[in-house]
Design a protein around this ligand. Sequence first.
Ligand code: 5RP
Length: 219
Amino acid sequence: MNINLLKKKAAWEALKYIRPNTIVGVGTGSTIYYFIEALSTIKHFITGVVSSSHVSTLLLQKQGIKVFNVNDFHSIDTYVDSADEINNKMQMIKGGGGALTGEKIISSMSKKFICIVDASKQVTTLGKFPLPIEIIPMAKSYIATEIIKIGGYPEYRKNFFTDNRNIIIDVYNLNIQDPIAMEKKINSLSGVVTVGLFFLRKSDIVIISAKNGIKTLKK
Ligand code: 5RP
């Protein structure tokens, strides 16, 4: 089955978890593109959304979905997003699309994080996908040096600026033995805005779309 069809099926399945008159957090990426399409069919059933990126905001507005400023809220009911890699503990690497900081802020504020993926995103060990880190431009050399010290190979993402006018370093070959310690360690480096490890705030429900149907994992 075509991968886009798998993404679309996962996206539509997520509608089951959206509750009436709530604010929905919306992630970023090609899977979320389908979720935004699906969400537009129930837009009068929800209060509105908060968006993790400028790209998603434009797609949401195009569908006539009301987009609120995230700072208007202290907590969000449900956050729906995809991942670049996910393991069977529902921990993820995210940020392939460069929207990791917005995604981390909204997922941290959300009562429920629903991750929608096609089966190709499932892995036993996280880390094959290069780990994105959003950093302020001034910290590029320092962070690269620190990443080499912990065994990773940093590569600056060329011609790319985040919504916050920062840059991304993608880290290859990182051996993630203790994920939570690694998330804390990288986040504590001066100049790091956020790292694309989603361990401290992992997902609560994972919808996996495969050739043989939909599988749902719950905490
Ligand atoms: C964007 C993300 C996305 O969730 C991740 O890259 C997956 O994207 P796609 O649905 O296009 O495969 O973290 O920053």
